[in-house]
Design a binder for this molecule. Sequence first.
Ligand code: PHE
Length: 384
Amino acid sequence: MPDVRERVEELRREGEAAIAAASDVAALEELRVGYLGRKAELTAILRGIAELPADQRGPVGSAGNEARRALEQVLEARRVELEAGELERRLRADAVDVTLPGLPPAPVGSRNLLLRTMREVEDVFVGLGYRIMEGPEVELDYYNFTALNHPPGHAARMAQDTFYVDPESLDPELRLEPAPTEPGEGAPGPALPPGPEDVVLRTHTSPMQVRAMEASEPPILIVVPGRCYRSDPFDATHSPIFHQVEGLAVAESITLADLKGTLDEFARAIFGPERKTRFRPGFFPFTEPSVEVDVSCFRCGGSGELPDGSRDPLCKGIGWIEILGSGMVDPNVYGFVSDRGYDPERVQGFAFGMGIERIAMLKHGVPDLRKFYDNDVRVLGQFR
Ligand code: PHE
């Protein structure tokens, strides 16, 4: 009968060597099963001690138990060692360099140049103390025309320019309050719900002049950005949908000089520090006097000539570029809001309105208004 104790020692040495050489945790587990598992030789020996001759039971038993403990210990030690190494390796392999740029670079969206220009214009006026207000795009004829001193039958109401809206077609949520009755009509009767010619897509942002004055007493300083609609063609300089920013300043001592100073400030902020403005007589039913405002050309500096002596095509050699319409608020307009403290004997003020498409085209040299609406990313991406 072979010396069982020898065999135990042999198994222990063999096991210890194999465990020391194990290269990963999986191999280690196989060795554990092989040397200490239920079917392992050492386990069988320990289980069979009772069958050994009496004088061998003690020495084999203690050698076997010792071998078992020794193998368990080296298994555990090696496991700790291997696991630490594996963690280390995984950390190194998974390392992310957070300083590297993303690959591929994520596409970044940007605001449409129109919205950006609108925000820039708003910012200038917010800096001057104006408040921003917005109003409905589906508007009552009353605010769009009547209260802005367009007498009935005025050319600006004509269907060639104006989109009329059937009030019945509106979502009830969008239904507008009936317009106030006009001044001088006698005792105000019950207001009628709007009829088929009473609702329009606003043709300018000016209706907010009246709505804003209805909502708050003087002094008032507001700018109104927003979309407007006219039955125009869609070409290089027209669009049936376009954007305006309106301004209104009314207080006790506002004069035409304030309008000039304000628009000078605006022109410098948007078109460059050297800009000047000039007023030319104009006409709007709701301002008196009315002025067309030009800004000194920011390409030629106002000379009308480019450095090579040729005619500046931007200002067409004039040295000035028309940018907006404005004027002193017509006293007749105050008549529609006199119950809110707008007494033309006491307050006066100015209003102005500019087309954002035009400002953006001039400022950035965009040759065709349709570029703002085409959604061509090659165009949009140039104005981030
Ligand atoms: N609402 C006018 C337009 O659309 C511009 C304007 C605004 C003129 C305010 C005077 C005062 O042409």
